[in-house]
Write a protein that binds this ligand. Structure first.
Ligand SMILES: [Cu+2]
Length: 243
């Protein structure tokens, strides 16, 4: 074979491997999961994204895995039909994302207390309000730069977008209330929870941004990092930013 033919053959073979890899990722890893599209719900340069994290989920295959859910834009969080079992959502570029996370799962200490510190949010803080049950606040709302998961068992999971330097520990509900009355029917619409709010800016360009929980919450898996920690739709997700 001549050199140009070899080069072309190599490039074609390489392109085929890349196409195969893209197909596997798109079709098998993220393909079956719905993406909740918040782009048309954005206005005035802002968009509201609502998530919850639960001690279990409503899948038929792995119902005991901890899991996130994404709420349909502008829906009623007190209705189970408002929640989609996915971790994929889409937001516009150059937009302030106002995130609300309802933390229904109990606490697991972060393995490194570095995760206690809120990073990358506007103001470097979150606002946190505990609830005894839906619509029943417990104590007052606090704005804080840290949620100390070592001094108290206070953190359930984290929400982190490493490429945007956003790292947010997500508070767990009051431990006594959780032990007596935890939500056992996902998506959760009752039981004690922590409501946490924070904001960050999306970049001024489009792209795919992985997000991930960093508390090793995959119970029963090696070091807690398998299972839900390694699976889209549970503790790993993707934020698609569209220009
Ligand atoms: Cu987690």
């Amino acid at each position: 074979m001549s050199v140009p033919v070899r080069v072309v053959t190599l490039l074609v073979a390489f392109a085929a491997v890349v196409a195969g890899a893209v197909f596997v990722v798109a079709h098998y890893i993220v393909g079956q999961l719905p993406t909740v599209d918040y782009t048309s719900a954005a206005s005035g340069g802002q968009v509201n994204v609502v998530l919850q994290e639960d001690p279990q989920n409503n899948s038929s295959s792995v119902p005991d895995w901890v899991s996130y859910y994404v709420m349909k834009p502008g829906a009623n969080p007190a209705s189970q039909s408002s929640w989609i079992h996915t971790t994929l959502f889409k937001v516009p570029a150059n937009t302030r994302v106002n995130v609300t996370i309802l933390g229904y799962d109990g606490c697991t200490p972060p393995r490194n207390n570095y995760w206690t510190q809120i990073q990358g949010t506007i103001g470097g803080t979150v606002s946190l309000q505990q609830f005894k049950d839906t619509g029943k606040p417990l104590g007052s709302t606090v704005v804080t730069p840290t949620i100390n998961g070592w001094a108290h068992c206070a953190v359930g999971h984290t929400f982190a977008i490493p490429s945007l330097h956003v790292f947010v520990p997500v508070a767990s509900p009051n431990t006594t209330l959780f032990n007596n009355n935890a939500c056992g029917d996902s998506p959760c619409v009752s039981g004690p929870y922590a409501m946490e709010k924070f904001s960050f800016m999306t970049p001024n360009h489009g792209g795919a941004f992985r997000w991930q929980c960093f508390v090793p919450c995959g119970g029963g898996f090696l070091d807690g990092n398998g299972g839900p920690m390694a699976t889209f739709g549970y503790m790993a997700g993707q934020m698609t930013v569209v220009k």
